[in-house]
Design a binder for this molecule. Structure first.
Ligand code: EPZ
Length: 415
């Protein structure tokens, strides 16, 4: 396992540019096979998860070129049997159900994977696609799906699942008639997918609200598209800035998308200056405690729970963190305790008692956002911290070391 060696205690200052959002690009890649025309996606950070999705599409027959982080996809699909190892390396591969059913009317797909932050069922994906006319069979380790024709229907989501909303939207754009998704996810990444599909000629209305209407069309055409910036990458660097001294300018952000995060930082007495599409975050050693409850957008994002918890370990008081979205998203707590943090877990609730400082330790990243939380903790702690399992972190943070070094942090990757 490769690891980070981090010498903490350095003041971080300077400016970093946020990359396009992993969680916006992954559904867009899955949806790119809905057209026969060329698909261009600009400013794509070649993160491990994105590389895997590209490899899966190539396995299906697509020709994909990459120059200076711009992807050009010729979505030439010749193979719809994708029961392969790569598919269970990431969660977003499940979105190929919707696009393959729409394009090929039949698909064999390996089970999706993703961070081990919960059981991560796909019942809502299956409920929605079945409603549109698909027959889906779950076998040992793979899914068989077929649909003579996809027909528009009204689908109610028991939970505003981001992935299920995206999968149903992808399957509905070329289905016959109208589809209505009720209790839909309103995350910016869902809106970005709708904008991508509409720029290919789809007719999607209401994305960003809890009711999305999709009028099926006959065909989608080529597109060139710039995805939204990554709101979670931005929030992660905000947490880093808050606890590592100095001030950091974070550019290429959509303020609206990080409004819930900014609000919480201000509650913690962290100075945040908002610009047009940039923010400045000023560190303080008087972080106020706060209570966090993760909720679907526009609530506080679950992907920011771990990075925020790292920050709260040195707040001047007690914070309560409630994780309502995933049932196993406190894997970073055990590692933070090794650094002297004072955290008590009771089910989905973590009580974080602020301590003066964290101390360095040997740690292991267990999932993507928990791993990022450990990097934040190591950067603020005195001494040298080792973090193993950093392949989890490379899935979602592009050029992390390069950015931290440019801000004055001391981090090395040992392969
Ligand atoms: C997306 O995952 C993101 N991943 C996650 O980011 C993010 O945490 C999550 O949305 C919530 O915002 C990508 O976009 C690739 P969900 P997804 O379906 O679609 C339950 C990261 O760190 N559920 O909204 O899998 C599920 O178990 C990752 O970048 C069902 O019960 O999230 C969970 O408890 C982690 N049945 C809740 O809904 C289903 O069919 C939210 O899941 C689907 C989901």
């Amino acid at each position: 396992m490769s690891k980070f060696i981090i010498n903490g205690g350095q003041k971080l200052s300077g400016s970093i540019k946020i990359h396009s959002s992993k969680n916006a690009i992954l559904p867009i890649l899955a949806a790119s096979i809905l057209t026969e025309g060329d698909v261009e996606i600009y400013d794509v950070p070649m993160l491990d998860d994105i590389k895997i999705m590209v490899e899966i599409l190539k396995y299906c027959g697509c020709r994909i070129g990459e120059t200076n982080n711009n992807l050009t996809i010729k979505p030439n699909v010749v193979n719809n049997d994708i029961n392969i190892e790569m598919v269970n390396k990431l969660r977003a591969s499940v979105l190929l159900l919707g696009s393959m059913l729409s394009r090929c009317k039949k698909v064999v797909l390996g089970m999706p994977g993703g961070c081990n932050i919960g059981t991560r069922p796909i019942d809502l994906h299956i409920k929605g696609l079945t409603k549109l006319g698909a027959e889906i069979k779950l076998n040992q380790g793979y899914i068989e799906a077929r649909a003579k024709k996809l027909k528009g229907e009204k689908v109610y989501l028991d939970f505003p699942s981001v992935g299920a909303t995206e999968n149903i939207m992808i399957a509905a754009v070329l289905a016959e008639g109208e589809t209505i998704i009720e209790n839909a996810a309103t995350e910016p990444e869902v809106v970005c997918l709708a904008n991508f599909l509409n720029s290919m000629g789809a007719k999607i209305y209401g994305a960003g609200t809890d009711t999305i209407r999709i009028l099926g069309v006959d065909k989608l055409h080529s597109v060139s598209f710039i995805p939204i910036p990554d709101r979670i990458e931005a929030g992660t660097y905000m947490a880093m800035a808050a606890v590592c001294g100095g001030e950091i300018e974070i550019t290429n952000v959509v303020i609206e998308h990080i409004r819930p995060i900014i609000a919480k930082f201000k509650e913690c007495n962290i100075k945040v200056i908002e610009g047009e599409n940039a923010i400045k975050v000023f560190s303080t050693d008087k972080i106020k405690p706060t209570d966090i409850k993760t909720l679907p957008y526009p609530g506080f994002p679950t992907d920011m729970q771990a990075p925020m918890m790292s920050m709260l370990t040195v707040a001047k008081g007690t914070s309560m963190v409630i994780e309502t979205i995933f049932e196993n998203r406190f894997l970073h707590v055990g590692e933070l305790l090794k650094m002297g943090a004072n955290i008590k877990l009771e089910g989905r609730v973590a009580i974080v008692e602020g301590v003066k400082r964290l101390t360095s330790a040997k740690l292991e990243a267990k999932d993507l956002r928990g791993g990022a939380a450990l990097v934040i903790a190591a950067l603020m702690a005195d001494g040298t911290t080792e973090i193993e399992g950093i392949e989890h972190i490379s899935r979602g943070y592009f050029e992390l070391e390069k950015n931290i070094l440019s801000l004055g942090g001391d981090i090395k990757r040992i392969v």
